[in-house]
Design a protein around this ligand. Structure first.
Ligand SMILES: [Zn+2]
Ligand SMILES: [Zn+2]
Length: 364
């Protein structure tokens, strides 16, 4: 079958919207999904800086949501017409997967970033028959259709606004999962969030929904105003004495902190802002070594890099949609939609911070 997709052909080039082809339909355990919308995540854009590790030309996009058009052999647990949110891929057999931690799948990097499942390679080509990179995050959803493992498709209530749900599979899952899964924050807990982008703001919303008190730090007043609207106490990133300010706002220090900035001085400040035994989660990829200042880990403080909010997508995504339906996780307010053909404009708006979460709509 032929359909339209946004293809990235050069690490420093624009996306081109062009016809692509799939040589066969869903294999065993796969489903074909007609994409209703796909979020643009910073990990898509990080391919540009992957130094060739993520192969091109590629169809990126890993926050897709859509309607199941066809199912392959085997029991996929899905039927044509089901509405699904697509998330990251995992093998289902390694110790991480067996232990309900698919984000720490032994094959995470291979399946999502650098290769995909071998069966999918060679089926996916451009209109001249030249091969495209293997499936990205088990999806390649900057397209009208995606052929995905049923394992990373989560069925959702058809009453939900399907085109907007894709970011629940990665960016919003990452922020909300850190709060609800990694930290298990509850009423009266205190949380410091560094960076009020899509991941940070999802963390703020989840913390507010959980009854926790959040302090949000960002350089952009517009983003801080958003964090405040979703329940956080705003704090400008460029003021001195951040730990002391956080201590005043949180009665002696935050129980948890989440860094989305990869800014090493801010990470040190975040550790200093924690109460004894407090936990810092890092979600952004560090581009340099992480030099911790003396004393920052004293008194039982700890830090870990968190992947995909420690989430089992099939459990967390329905929880987040239920919170949205109750008016307590208004993620749709962070989204601006673009036709798929405006993918380059969406990238510019995301990079400049003008839009928190662009969502591309194929066929519009
Ligand atoms: Zn696995
Ligand atoms: Zn992502």
């Amino acid at each position: 079958m032929r359909f339209t997709a946004a293809v990235l052909r050069a690490y420093d080039g624009p996306f081109t919207v062009e016809p692509v082809a799939l040589a066969s339909g869903p294999a065993d355990g796969e489903v074909l999904v007609r994409i209703a919308g796909c979020g643009l995540c910073r990990t898509d854009l990080a391919v540009r800086r992957s130094a060739g590790r993520s192969p091109l030309p590629a169809v990126l996009g890993h926050e897709g949501a859509g309607v199941v058009e066809a199912t392959g052999g085997g029991d996929t647990g899905l039927r044509a017409g089901d509405h699904v949110v697509l998330s990251f891929d995992s093998c289902g057999r390694c110790r991480g997967c067996l232990g309900a931690a698919p984000a720490y799948c032994d094959s995470f990097a291979a399946l999502n970033l650098f290769g995909g499942r071998t069966g999918h390679a060679a089926r996916f080509t451009d209109s001249t028959g030249a091969p495209l990179a293997p499936r990205w995050f088990g999806q390649s959803a900057f397209a009208e259709y995606a052929l995905v493992p049923a394992r990373n498709a989560v069925r959702v209530d058809p009453a939900l606004p399907l085109a907007l749900l894709g970011p629940l599979g990665c960016g919003f899952l990452t922020g909300a999962g850190a709060v609800l899964n990694s930290f298990r924050a509850g009423p009266g807990d205190t949380l410091l969030v560094l960076g009020a982008g899509s991941v940070g703001l999802a963390a703020v919303m989840a913390a507010t929904a959980a009854g926790a008190v959040t302090v949000a730090v960002d350089r952009q007043p517009r983003r801080l105003a958003l964090a405040e609207r979703f329940g956080a106490l705003p704090l400008a990133a460029d003021v001195s004495g951040l730990p002391e300010r956080v201590a005043r706002l949180t009665d002696g220090g935050a129980r948890y902190a989440l860094d989305t900035t990869a800014d090493v001085p801010l990470i040190n400040d975040a550790l200093r802002s924690l109460r004894p035994t407090g936990r810092l989660g890092l979600v952004a990829r560090l581009h340099s070594g992480l030099r911790l200042e003396t004393g920052t880990l004293d008194r039982g403080r700890g830090l870990a890099h968190l992947c995909e909010g420690d989430a089992v997508p099939g459990l967390l995504i329905p929880r987040l949609t239920a919170l949205w339906q109750a008016g307590r996780f208004p993620f749709d307010e962070l989204i601006r939609t673009y036709p798929l053909s405006a993918v380059n404009e969406a990238e510019r708006d995301c990079e400049s911070g003008r839009v928190v979460k662009p969502v591309l709509i194929p066929g519009s």
